[in-house]
Design a protein around this ligand. Structure first.
Ligand code: AKB
Length: 338
């Protein structure tokens, strides 16, 4: 039997590259990819076909769908939270209208194939908005339905797209009228700050964690843009891509909802700095607050309750705070920069 075709948008980003490698190792899927910028050759050769183009180009999306029997979409293309605050209208266009284009394509594809296309969407802790630091300290690990009051354009976009995905899967009246239409199957993970040992993120606000580690590993000074006490949940990239694949492969009837929190560990900027100094004793780390970015981080929870993901589809991250550094980040980063 031929392998199911997976479309990854935003494949040239951090999650995209890592997911592409992971799917290639597993060898169960055939990957078609799309990104604004062309994939480097070493990644391109892992794909069945790599398209360069814009998710706003509906004609291109229709062409891709016409040429491949896409059964799964990982829609990763997005402008992250810091970048989104610099150009909120562009963020809305890419994050919302772009997602709508992919949802529409997936729904058409589901009707055409008579099989539900599984649509995997990386949402974010940015959908949460906690009004002040006292409340942040006291709310503890928050669950999916609480504090859905984002303060960034990116957070608003992610929250709304979760609703759009649920709408296409369950409620679209237009589809209700077509009794024979097979509905698409939308599933989302609200990711915390992600830390990869191989790549450095761009345009996010949780970037202070990975930036600090990569700067120290390269012997470069780093000025952290949030204060030492700023605390949010994080997760390693291997745990993030494994979670996406695990949620993809879960049976529909295992899932009690469409959107799930996940977390690897909760850490403050100073706890990360402490761990970095332990491994790189000459690290030159200091703090220089960026008022906008630290306000964004302050509005995100210290940690999230991911018990539904654990119970429904067996989410179980390999790396806690200590293991992330000892067994993944430090060994991989050292070999990257040596
Ligand atoms: C960002 O910082 O914008 C992202 C996120 C937390 O979704 N990394």
């Amino acid at each position: 039997m031929s392998k199911p075709v997976v479309l990854i948008t935003g494949v040239n980003g951090e999650i995209g590259r890592s997911l592409l490698k992971r799917l290639t190792q597993q060898d169960r899927y055939r990957v078609v990819s799309l990104d604004l910028s062309p994939l480097p050759e070493s990644y391109r050769e892992l794909t069945h076909e790599a398209y360069s183009g814009n998710i706003m180009d509906r004609y291109l999306l229709d062409q891709i769908a016409a040429h491949h029997e896409i059964k799964v979409v990982f829609h990763l293309a997005a402008l992250l939270s810091t970048r989104g605050e610099r150009d909120p209208e562009l963020a809305h266009q890419v994050n919302v209208e772009g997602t709508l284009n992919l949802l529409r394509m997936s729904q058409n594809q589901s009707s055409r194939l008579g099989e539900s296309v599984r649509f995997l969407f990386p949402s974010s802790i940015a959908v949460y908005g906690i009004p002040d630091l006292d409340t942040k300290k006291n709310v503890g690990r928050i669950s999916e339905e609480n504090w859905n009051l984002p303060i960034t354009m990116y957070g608003c976009n992610k929250l709304y797209c979760e609703h759009l995905g649920r709408y296409f899967t369950n409620y679209s009246r237009q589809l209700g009228a077509l009794a024979s239409a097979t509905r698409m199957d939308f599933r989302a993970i609200r990711f915390p700050g992600l830390i990869s040992a191989e790549t450095i993120p761009t345009g996010g606000t949780s970037d202070f964690g990975p930036e600090m580690i990569h700067a120290a590993a390269q012997g470069q000074p780093y000025k952290c843009f949030v204060g030492p006490d700023a605390r949010i949940p994080f997760m390693t990239m291997p745990d993030a891509t494994d979670a996406l694949i695990q949620l993809l492969e879960a049976d529909r009837d295992q899932l009690s909802q469409a959107v799930y929190n996940v977390s690897g560990f909760s850490a403050s900027a100073e706890e990360i700095a402490g761990m970095v100094r332990k491994h790189f004793p000459n690290a030159d780390l200091s703090y220089e607050l960026d008022p906008v970015r630290s306000k964004i981080v302050d509005s995100w929870p210290e940690d999230v309750d991911d018990s539904l993901a654990r119970n429904d589809w067996g989410f179980s991250p390999k790396y806690d705070f200590q293991r992330s550094f000892d067994q993944y980040l430090i060994p991989t980063i050292r070999s990257l920069y040596s």
